[in-house]
Design a binder for this molecule. Structure first.
Ligand code: DX5
Ligand code: ZN
Length: 216
């Protein structure tokens, strides 16, 4: 089980320290939310932030691209030091080619689905991804409430791994706190993104420990 703090809820003026803080607290991955103001109604930052963080942590950098036509930026994120690049099914007309491009750049490929998208839509590409990220809120903002109706999709994805021997792992993102993490773990999730639960606290180390206890 892996805990991936999202720097979306970190103090951007002290990003280096904020990344070290969660690394020392037992985080497994660093989750990086990239938003373009088109695909989602919010703006964050680009691959230059990945490049800036890269020398300051040995943890895998898990880049979640909430941008239209992500294929245009895959090479930049790969060069910047991304370990995983996850792109939304809903963000491009060329999902198959974009996933191929991620792997061609030597990076692990992830596909992301919004709460309104069914697993049926991504079945044709499940054999070619390392990760499936199930959004458990609508993307765009931290601090939203977990959507219970997304849990059935985690179970379905987990059953598909058993049935077809797929190699992906299942990640969940949005509204993750110990209670919801436990529900997702029981359904088959392995990677748990948490933003406000970790960075919104006075004691991020304790929050990471609480999440670990809930899922291990
Ligand atoms: C939302 C982002 C999430 C966000 C989660 O669009 O993808 O990664 O940081 O925030 P919390 O954990 O506060 O719901
Ligand atoms: Zn995210």
């Amino acid at each position: 089980m892996k805990i991936a703090p999202s720097i979306l809820s970190a103090d951007f003026a002290r990003l280096k320290e904020q990344v070290s803080l969660v690394e020392q607290g037992g985080a497994d991955w660093i989750h990086i939310d990239v938003m373009d103001g088109h695909f989602v109604p919010n703006l964050t930052f680009g691959y230059n932030v990945v490049e800036a963080i890269r020398p300051h942590t040995s943890l895998p950098l898990d880049c979640h691209l909430m941008i239209e036509n992500p294929e245009n930026f895959i090479e930049d994120f790969a060069k910047a030091g991304a370990d995983y690049i996850s792109i939304h099914f809903e963000s491009t007309n060329h999902i198959h080619g974009a996933l191929q491009l991620i792997r061609k750049n030597g990076v692990k490929a992830g596909i992301v689905i919004n709460p309104g998208t069914s697993i049926e839509m991504i079945k044709p590409v499940l054999h070619m991804v390392d990760l499936v990220l199930v959004m458990t809120v609508n993307p765009g903002f931290g601090g939203q409430s977990f959507l219970n109706e997304t849990v059935a999709k985690i179970s379905e994805l987990y059953q598909l791994i058993q049935k077809h021997h797929y190699e992906y792992i299942i990640e969940v993102d949005g509204g993750i706190v110990p209670e919801t993490a436990k529900i997702c773990k029981e359904a088959g999730a392995e990677v748990f993104v948490a933003g406000s639960y970790i960075y919104g606290s006075e004691n991020p180390h304790e929050q990471i420990t609480n999440l670990k206890h809930a899922v291990n």
